[in-house]
Write a protein that binds this ligand. Structure first.
Ligand SMILES: N[C@@H](CCC(=O)N[C@@H](CS)C(=O)NCC(=O)O)C(=O)O
Length: 219
């Protein structure tokens, strides 16, 4: 738990996007003593020599934990849960079968909703100056995402969490994508809305939203 006297060894770099939200949310769920460095992806702050040494990809988020430095929102999230989580906060499922199911959902939601749909929409609309304007790609990514959102909505009928009966990594990735989809005016089905609204009541979620989106840095 946080102590005002301990200097944080954990630094989470990045703010303003669904990807940067994930590690911040987990750090808040875990009550970690961490320093948040709220650089934005499109502000030039990822291009500095200091940051490029940490993450040559020049992308956010990035995690520093003592000597360990790495990027990728899913990898960072999984690491924080594995290293600092327990049953009183957030943890990976104990049994192999449920861990496999969790992995299936994390890969599915990250691969199909985040990378293949929402980020494609972002690249070829808001970021069209960089990646090129492609209305057809944006429209087809929207249709594609809707189909997968419906499959996920069916899974979440009468369920509070994606896997098992506790908040887990799959929920962190899914809720961050649902928030993103809502910002892109997707009409979320009732089961998705109920699921997301219930998780959004968590104090750690609310705190992470305030921290991650306090300044508009999206990208
Ligand atoms: N797969 C990476 C994606 C990271 C990523 O693309 N981050 C964006 C912001 S959401 C970024 O830093 N973009 C800046 C750039 O591409 O130059 C993850 O999940 O962390």
């Amino acid at each position: 738990m946080k102590s005002m006297n301990d200097l944080p060894t954990i630094k989470i770099w990045g703010a303003g996007t669904a990807r940067t939200f994930r590690p911040v949310w987990i750090a808040e769920e875990l009550g970690l003593n961490y320093q948040h460095v709220p650089i934005g992806p499109r502000t030039g702050e990822t291009q500095t020599a200091e940051y490029t040494r940490l993450n040559p990809k020049q992308k956010v988020p990035c995690l520093v934990d003592g000597e360990l430095v790495f990027s990728e929102s899913v990898a960072i999230s999984r690491y924080l849960i594995a290293r600092y989580g327990d049953r009183s906060t957030i943890t990976a499922p104990e049994c192999l079968e449920l861990r496999a199911k969790e992995d299936e959902w994390v890969c599915y939601v990250y691969g199909e909703l985040d990378e293949t749909s929402l980020y494609v929409m972002r690249r070829h609309d808001a970021l069209k100056q960089i990646f090129g304007e492609a209305p057809q790609a944006v429209a087809s990514a929207r249709t594609y995402a809707s189909r997968h959102l419906s499959l996920i909505a069916a899974h979440l009928e009468n369920r509070d969490f994606v896997v098992g009966d506790r908040l887990g990594l799959a929920d962190i990735i899914l809720v961050s994508c649902l928030d993103w989809a809502a910002r892109y005016d997707f009409e979320l089905e009732n089961s998705l809305l109920t699921y997301r609204d219930s998780i959004a009541q968590r104090e750690a979620y609310k705190k992470a939203i305030a921290i991650n989106y306090s300044a508009s840095r999206g990208g």
